[in-house]
Design a protein around this ligand. Structure first.
Ligand code: FES
Length: 173
């Protein structure tokens, strides 16, 4: 991941040329599936985040806005509303712990503390010192009937115990 385009002054971000050739076909195909370019914002942002190492810089944000012909503020609103997007560098592995009622009643608090201890951080949303983990609190992951649920690098895991979560995190290099 290159961070050479990270904005360091108060000047407006200079948009990257988006999409880069590696993901151009994928992004164009997504846009073609929707009635408007704006409707393609979320899937295109997912592709962008994956391509740029797990986060969206202000320059990428501006590039996506240009590509989809929407205002920067629209993209900013999506990035700040949806917890699955990162606007700063994230760890190499993301651990999402559901904090909504069903999971909480079935032990998610212990999963959260286990994940934080394993990552060696005090709170969610903080990249671990070795850059290995980013633990996030998430709202309902849609797996209430098999709670508690976590996602590790986008993969769902259900009926998770603290021991199982430690095992999963041990498997992340
Ligand atoms: S409450 Fe956790 S998945 Fe729904």
């Amino acid at each position: 991941m290159s961070t050479t385009n990270v904005q360091t002054t108060g000047a407006p971000p200079v948009p990257v040329s988006f999409p880069p050739k590696e993901i151009k076909q994928q992004c164009d195909a997504i846009v073609a599936r929707y009635p408007t370019r704006m409707a393609a914002c979320l899937p295109v942002l997912h592709v962008a985040q994956k391509h740029y190492g797990g986060w969206i810089s202000p320059e990428v944000e501006a590039g996506v806005a240009e590509y989809l012909e929407v205002g920067d503020s629209h993209i900013r609103g999506l990035l700040t509303f949806y917890a699955m997007f990162n606007t700063k560098p994230s760890g190499r592995h993301e651990v999402w712990v559901c904090r909504t009622l069903t999971c909480w009643l079935r032990g998610a608090a212990k999963l959260r503390s286990t994940a934080l201890a394993k990552a060696g951080v005090d709170g969610c949303g903080v990249e671990s010192a070795d850059g290995r983990f980013l633990v996030k609190d998430m709202e309902c992951l849609g797996l209430c009937e098999v709670a508690p649920a976590v996602f590790v690098d986008g993969e769902p895991h259900v009926h998770v115990t603290p021991e199982k979560l430690e095992e999963l995190m041990d498997g992340c290099e």
